[in-house]
Design a protein around this ligand. Structure first.
Ligand code: ADP
Ligand code: ASP
Ligand code: MG
Length: 457
């Protein structure tokens, strides 16, 4: 009986997990400790995508460009220094670094999104080659698999949407048959359109890549290895008393990811839900610490599970007397937003006003903003538009929130010292959202965490 017909594990390692040679070595041990882990998905080494994004920016002068290229090269060479000297490996990495330099030059003349994606993909291309060498150094016969052979997307460079049917078909024919005999290392974040042009899935997209591959290969388990020991009650960088969560439902985890818990890319959970694939989140530095399991059924469903925050939110306040007793105003507004590929999060309405929040962090891989002048002009055709920036969306995530007496009172009591610009509750069983000033975001999260999770009040 083949090994993958019993169990198939896909392991994804984030940027900090493949930041340098010692970190890669930790990941190699995790991979090699489980014979069912047949496919490894890696992000670019920590910091590399940020440097590449900077390379795509119009304002970067020649001197800075050279510096950025050097910094990226240094990260790769410091890993190569720990590997058995191989001309072949050096030539591979050097040719990618040369390609990076050529692409960054060509962007000076033509700021093409297609070229930007090709450039951004180099981080993951390098880390996959290097991680594969680390596995080979540990005695494993593994190979690099180019994700672009199977990760079929549309043409939306910078924020490409995967084609689930094509990915399934390609994974089943190009990848699955070989997994029995060989372990593969592939790239997160990158894909290709029908013509084979490189695309990217948006920042943090490696989690999503891994989940899509797990779905297309009918994997039993998806492991997300990162720099913290699982999903916590809030970002442990924000609240020192945040506690790891042992088990969480798909719905709760999806809400957390959507509302800013950076630990998971917002789209990660969907493919796992579609195929009921259990997801594990753990620390590649401390693989023995228990981590978090995300499953359909979990043993407990507390009212308060976690607090998440999404910064850099914009509030659009639309005012029009046309709204009075009229139909179709919201439809027109949403059609404009959809044309500009902007999704709305919170919404409140009065007779002549609509206030809605937009997520600016949902911009594309190279950081281009979605909220643009063309959209604002379009909206101004049918209403007055007021824009407020520097806001943060804080989400209280849990279970049965709209039907639990006292939640609103507890939340508002806890936050009596802060101005709540907008609030929303009732649509989802799993969340209550409030909009606050960006400057208050950290204190709001800490206060809520203290009062709802630490029982100190
Ligand atoms: P990776 O590079 O492995 O994908 P990320 O930086 O994208 O890692 O995500 C991990 C980070 O997510 C953590 O370092 C932590 O600061 C942040 N984070 C935000 N919310 C949470 C949470 N609720 N639990 C754990 N980590 C969180
Ligand atoms: N390297 C990409 C980024 O930094 C994708 C990822 O890490 O998930 O956004
Ligand atoms: Mg991430």
């Amino acid at each position: 009986m083949s090994i993958i017909s019993k169990k198939l594990v896909i392991a994804k390692f984030g940027g900090t997990s493949v930041a340098d040679y010692p970190s890669m070595l930790n990941c190699a041990r995790i991979v090699l400790s489980n014979p069912f882990t047949r496919l490894v998905v890696v992000s670019a080494s920590s910091g590399v995508t940020n440097l590449l994004v900077e390379l795509t920016q119009a304002h970067v002068n020649d001197e800075r460009r050279v510096q950025l290229l050097k910094n990226i090269a240094q990260i790769q060479y410091s890993i190569i220094d720990n590997l058995p000297q191989s001309q072949h490996l050096l030539a591979l990495i050097d040719s990618l670094l040369n390609h990076m330099s050529v692409l960054s030059e060509s962007l000076i003349l033509n700021r093409s999104k297609e070229v930007m994606d090709e450039l951004l993909s180099i981080g993951e291309q390098c880390s996959s080659i290097l991680f594969n060498e680390v596995l080979k150094q540990q005695g494993e016969y593994s190979q690099v698999f180019d994700a672009r052979k199977v990760m079929r997307t549309n043409d939306q460079f910078g924020a490409a949407e995967p084609d689930i049917n094509d990915i399934f078909r390609l994974c089943q024919s190009e990848l699955l048959p070989s997994l029995n005999n060989t372990r593969f290392v592939t790239q997160g974040f990158i894909g290709a359109n029908e013509q084979g042009r490189t695309t990217t899935l948006g920042r943090g997209g490696s989690d999503y890549s891994a989940a899509l591959l797990a779905e297309a290969l009918n994997a039993t388990t998806l492991e997300i290895w990162t720099d913290v020991a699982g999903i916590y009650t809030t970002d442990p960088r924000l609240a020192a008393n945040a506690k790891p969560i042992k088990e969480i439902s798909f719905s709760e985890a999806a809400e957390m990811a959507t509302f800013g818990a950076k630990i998971l890319h917002p789209a990660t959970i969907l493919p796992a839900v579609r195929k009921n694939i259990e997801v594990f989140v753990g620390s590649s530095k401390q693989p023995e610490s228990s981590g978090t399991w995300i499953r359909t059924q979990v043993n407990n469903a507390p009212v308060y599970r976690a607090v998440a925050v999404r910064r850099d939110q914009t509030l659009l306040n639309l005012h029009s007397l046309k709204m009075l007793h009229a139909q179709g105003f919201l439809a027109e507004t949403f059609a404009s937003l959809a044309r500009h590929k902007i999704s709305v999060d919170l919404i409140t309405t009065s007779e002549v006003n609509v206030a809605l929040t937009l997520d600016k962090t949902g911009s594309d891989s190279s950081g281009q903003q979605l909220l643009n002048d063309a959209l604002i002009q379009e909206l101004e055709h049918h209403c007055n538009v007021k824009i407020e920036d520097s806001l943060a969306l804080v989400a209280i995530i849990g279970n049965n929130i709209p039907n639990t007496t006292g939640v609103c009172q507890q939340v508002f009591d806890s936050l009596s010292e802060f101005n709540i610009r907008m609030s929303s509750q009732g649509a989802s069983q799993h969340n209550m959202c409030i909009l606050v000033a960006e400057k208050d975001a950290a204190a709001v999260v800490q206060t809520l965490h203290r009062d709802l999770f630490e029982g100190l009040s």
